[in-house]
Ligand binder design. Structure first.
Ligand code: CS2
Ligand code: MG
Length: 405
């Protein structure tokens, strides 16, 4: 069996997705997600100019060797563009292997460790009341865990809240440049414990709660927030601080027992090695797409397991249903699976482009048994929705200083 052709599609059924299709000379094909939000076309160029020519004629069943060739064989290793490109190819190769074997990918990874995948939803709001009403709605839908984000009084456009908009994409659809949002650490720190205080008063402790700081704090500030939130027993505090310097997390860890999650911007195990070995985090959020595919995610999960770190893959809507399916297979298998972020199955438009094997059942994701990843990509539908340049927002402090988003 040989790789005959690799196609790259960019479609925007609501937001941009980069989809890879690896086609073999025997007709079997595989699909992968190579979407890098706001940098989509950089990945397309990397795939078309630097990866695809090297793949033609190779045996698609040699997943490990192809992965090593694309990662180790490239002098310029790592980085989000490279790893998203490799991730898209790697997923497609696992899809092909599953189809040849007639087995779902989780069976090739080692089989089921559980029947279904626990998820957390998002409750956002412009006020505490609105956020908690949304929490109530998710609990009614069966969610056992929910992330809470609330607008900070006096700060326009806090992370996780969107006013009338449905997603970040909409925030900037009529603007050619990144939207800007405001940040004040003191306003945030003085407000956020109240959100969790009221959440626990109203809904008790049965529901698991999560909060995403989106990397806005320094380690000592994050340590302080972790302490302030301890009474509310979060499942985890996400991206409490950037981890470009992994040592920073030791400071947070030394001061609080609030569990910590990080990793949605990580691309390789090296971004997390010290965090894992020093047991400075509890949940690792690296995505299959941005971390180079299923091959490295399996190794990272096994490595993290030795240090009591559980997997909680990034599940934002800017990852395509192919990545969500890859996560479902990994999550069903991984002995150290923790929880999956889940914001719903998207719009009719999105579902006209991708059909997937996932369903939501009372707080859990179920995965239908289909060979490979179980996703279909409808090329004619996809062609209706042209790529649209998009940016994530940037953040400034109130005096204008640029800050982490
Ligand atoms: C977020 C994301 O899902 C999350 O936890 O942090 O919304 C993130 O901002 C985007 O996926 C960036 O592309
Ligand atoms: Mg996040």
């Amino acid at each position: 069996m040989k790789i005959q052709e690799v196609k790259v599609f960019v479609s925007c059924p609501g937001r941009n997705f980069v989809t890879v299709k690896v086609i073999t000379d025997e007709g079997v094909y595989g699909l992968g997600d190579a979407t890098l939000n706001g940098r989509e076309m950089a990945v397309v160029a990397y795939l078309e100019e630097h990866i695809i020519p090297c793949l033609l004629g190779r045996d698609p069943q040699q997943i490990e060797d192809i992965w090593q060739y694309l990662y180790k064989g490239a002098y310029w290793r790592k980085g989000p563009v490279t790893m998203a490109a490799i991730g898209g190819i790697d997923m497609a190769l696992w899809d092909i292997k599953g189809k040849i074997a007639g087995l779902p990918v989780y069976q090739l990874l080692g089989g089921k460790s559980r029947e279904s995948v626990m998820v957390y939803g998002h409750a956002n709001g412009e006020t505490i009341k609105e956020t908690l009403d949304n929490l109530g709605k998710l609990i009614d839908q069966g969610f056992k865990a929910v992330r809470l984000q609330c607008a900070i009084p006096g700060l326009e456009g806090t992370y996780g809240t969107l006013g009338e908009k449905k997603d970040y994409y909409e925030l900037q659809s009529d603007r050619p440049l990144p939207p800007e949002q405001l940040w004040s650490t003191s306003k945030y720190m003085n407000f956020i414990p109240e959100l969790f205080e009221q959440a626990r008063q109203q809904y008790g402790y049965a529901v698991q709660l999560v909060h995403d700081v989106h990397s806005r704090l320094t380690p000592i500030e994050a340590a302080n927030l972790g302490k302030l939130l301890e009474p509310y027993k979060l499942l985890f505090l996400e991206d409490a601080s950037p981890a470009d310097n992994q040592d920073g997390y030791q400071i947070i860890r030394n001061h609080t027992t609030t569990p910590l999650a990080i990793g949605e911007v990580f691309n390789t195990v090296w971004d997390a090695k010290d965090l894992i070995v020093n047991q400075a985090i509890d949940y690792l959020r690296i995505a299959s797409t941005h971390g180079g595919g299923i091959t490295p995610l399996k190794k990272i999960a096994n490595f993290a397991d030795m240090f009591n770190v559980r997997m909680a893959p990034h599940g934002a809507p800017d990852l395509s249903p192919i990545c969500h399916a890859a996560h479902a297979h990994l999550n069903i298998w991984a002995p150290n699976f923790g929880i999956q972020e889940f914001i719903g199955f998207g719009t009719e438009k999105l579902n006209s482009v991708f059909s997937h094997p996932l369903s939501f059942d009372n707080g859990y994701i179920r995965l239908q048994d289909k060979p490979g990843l179980g996703v279909e990509y409808h090329e004619e539908e996809a062609a209706k929705y042209k790529y649209k340049r998009s940016y994530l927002p940037v953040t400034r402090l109130e005096d204008g200083t640029l800050w982490f988003w």
